[in-house]
Structures are given as C-alpha cells and as structure tokens.
Design a protein around this ligand. Structure first.
Ligand code: KG4
Ligand code: ZN
Length: 360
C-alpha cells in the first residue's frame, strides 16, 4: 500500500500527564494520522481516584508499545518525523517524567527537534484537530478538565493570558466526586452526564457559585458538599459516616440529583464565560478539556454563541479527553515559530500559564 505524503510539519506527540498513556502523529497542526490512548481507568477505579505510583509504573510499561502503535497507524517512520512533542507540564510528576524522558530519548536518538508543551494550553488546540482550520483566533478560552478550570484571553495560539481559575476544586473533579457520591464509579463525569439526561434538573436547588460580582474565578467545592449532604444527609461523628448513602435512592431520585448537579455546574461555567465576554472584546470562544464532552455544556455554549453572535469552537468528542494529538497539534505552531526545547527540558507539576500573559 502506498501512502500519500504526510502533511508537514509531521510531529509525534506524547502525553502521560495523568492516567492515560497516549501517542499521536499529526501533520500541519490539524491532520491527525493516529491517536492512540491506553487508559488506566481499570487500574485506578477501585481506589476512587488516580494512584500516582501505579500511574507512573503503568506509563513505563505502555509508553513504547503506544508510540510504536501510533507510528504504525500513521504509516510513518521516525525518519518521516520533523519533531517529537511532549506534555511536560502540569500533571503528576512521576507520570510526566515517563513521557518527557521518552520524548527526549527519541529526539536525541533520531536527531529530531524537541518541543515541550503545556497540557492546559494544548486542550484549547484540540478544537482545531481534524477541522482543517488554522489556529489563529484571538478568543476567550475555557479549559474544563479534571485538574483545571480556567479562563483565558487567547491573543494568539502561543500567547495566552489567564483571567480566571478555580479557587478550590476543578469542575471535572466535582463531577468525579458527584459520581462517587451517587455510586457511579470512577471517573464518573460521563456517567453523571448520561444519568442527568433522565432526571429533573430542578428537583434540587444546588448552589451556583458566583463569587464577587466582577470575579472570573470558579469554585466547585460548595456544590460538591451540597450534593453530598443532599444525598447522604448529615455527617455522623467524625464526619466520615452519614445518615444514609446513595444505595437507598431509587433510580429516579439518583437521576434527579445528577440532573440538578449538572444544572448547577454548567450554570456556574456559563456565568463566568458570559462575564468574560462582557469584559473583553472577542468574537470567538475556544473550549477544551474532558468536561467539554459534557452534553449540557456543549448545548448551552452553542446557544450562548448564537445569542451573542460569536463563534464557539468545541473539540470533536475524541479530542475532549486527554490525548496526544492536541500535544502534537499545538507543537506544530511552535515548530513554525521556530521555538524549540533543548535537552534540559524537565517535567513540572505546575502549568506555565498560571499567572499573567505568557508565551507558550
Ligand atoms: O482533560 P481530562 O481528560 O483530564 C485532565 O486533564 O484532568 O478531563 C478528565 C475529566 C474527568 O474529571 C471526567 O470525569 C470529566 O473530564 N468528564 C466529564 C465528561 N466526560 C469526561 N465531565 C462531565 N461530563 C462529561 N461528559
Ligand atoms: Zn487534560
């Protein structure tokens, strides 16, 4: 079989920031030739969250076969590549180290350019994957994931300014806690979303955080606690036991809680997006991160875009959750700009876009 030549720059992306071992080959920033994701959910599910030591060990076992599979699916050899890109921040340090070391070794061994990418900014690039559109928008950006809930002014694909962040839990984290409270397993955001479709979203009046009148920050811990008390009643003794648990709920009651939680969570997100659009001149909204797969959030953002006469770019469903295509995609913009990393590239638990306006 002969392949049409790949679009350039042709970049191998690697993503190991949390509990997915992922590799992808992307040409010209948007053409995804492969997007391989080995999830570890089966390993962490019974602990109700990611166990860092288990995650790094699993990344070590999987990284080589996952990279090989991405190259095979893309029909590319290492000689065809222009660069290797890796999410080197933020995330679990042991997990990030596996991807960062793999990317550095590969780039060193094959004489390829090395590009370290911030995972959070890459989530915004996911909107462009497969869309055959250039990443040139100046926009408001919303990243909603398991670890982050942040608003940005996107001055250009490599120039972002943070204007809002969560002061406690991330929205995805709140979804995951809600799933545990409702007995839906981990990670449970998608399960809460599905169940919410069958419930009455006004059954319970759960709190929508607003914070100060001009605040663009988010808060989700109050919503999580309100759901816990509504479902389980008052804490007993030390606070680890409650009057009841979700096991005593009927399916109908469980769905009503899921729908009411989803209404509060999505309303809180929309409130701050509207505030940001009121304050800053932008005709485009970029959205990314695992929670951008949420059905209600997508519907409400599309309605908001129509009402405000702006364009909203949502990632295709396969690019909402952690993936390496978004890493390689964002790296293409860096490749064109000619800004590369050297062998001192290191992993960091912190995002590089936590304050002010930064070049990424
Ligand atoms: O971006 P992501 O894959 O990982 C991080 O960077 O954190 O996001 C994962 C998060 C999890 O909290 C998961 O429960 C949530 O995204 N999630 C959803 C949905 N699908 C995934 N939350 C709400 N509704 C969904 N449909
Ligand atoms: Zn993510």
């Amino acid at each position: 079989m002969t392949h049409a030549p790949h679009a350039r720059p042709l970049i191998l992306g690697i993503e190991t920031s949390c509990d997915e071992t992922a590799a992808a080959v992307v040409g010209d920033g948007t053409q995804v030739y492969s997007n391989v994701i080995a999830t570890q959910h089966d390993l962490h599910g019974r602990y109700g969250g990611v166990v860092p030591e288990i995650a790094s060990r699993a990344h070590l076992e999987r990284i080589v076969p996952v990279v090989r599979e991405a190259m095979r699916e893309a029909g590319a050899t290492f000689d065809d590549l222009d660069a290797v890109a890796v999410a080197h921040r933020p995330g679990l340090i042991g997990s990030l180290l596996v991807g960062t070391s793999a990317a550095k070794s590969l780039a060193w061994a094959r004489g390829l350019k090395l590009i370290g990418v911030d995972h959070i900014v890459a989530h915004l690039h996911a909107c462009y994957l497969g869309a055959n559109r250039d990443a040139r928008d100046t926009a408001i950006g919303l990243v909603v994931s398991g670890g982050h809930t942040s608003l940005f002014r996107v001055h250009g694909p490599l120039d972002v300014e943070i204007i809002g962040r969560t002061i406690d839990d991330a929205v995805g984290e709140a979804y995951d806690k809600a799933a545990v409270i409702l007995g839906l397993g981990y990670p449970g955001g998608a399960a809460v979303d599905r169940l919410a479709a069958q419930g009455d979203d006004h059954a319970h009046d759960l709190p929508v955080s607003r914070l100060a009148r001009d605040s663009l920050d988010f808060s989700f811990s109050g919503l999580k606690t309100a759901l816990l008390y509504a479902v389980c009643g008052k804490p007993l003794g030390s606070g680890k036991r409650f009057e009841r648990d979700a096991g005593s709920l009927t399916d109908r009651q469980r769905a009503d809680f899921a729908a009411s939680f989803q209404r509060a969570a999505v309303t809180a997100l929309l409130l701050k997006v509207n505030r940001a659009l009121d304050r800053f001149d932008a005709d485009t909204l970029l959205v990314g991160g695992g929670v951008s797969a949420n059905s209600r959030l997508r519907t409400e953002l599309e309605a908001l875009a129509r009402a405000r006469n702006i364009t909203v770019h949502l990632p295709a469903p396969e690019y909402c959750l952690d993936n390496a295509a978004m890493i390689a995609g964002l790296a293409s913009t860096r490749y064109r700009a000619g800004t590369f990393d050297d062998w001192t590239l290191s992993a960091s638990t912190r995002s590089g876009v936590l304050t002010g306006r930064v070049a990424v």
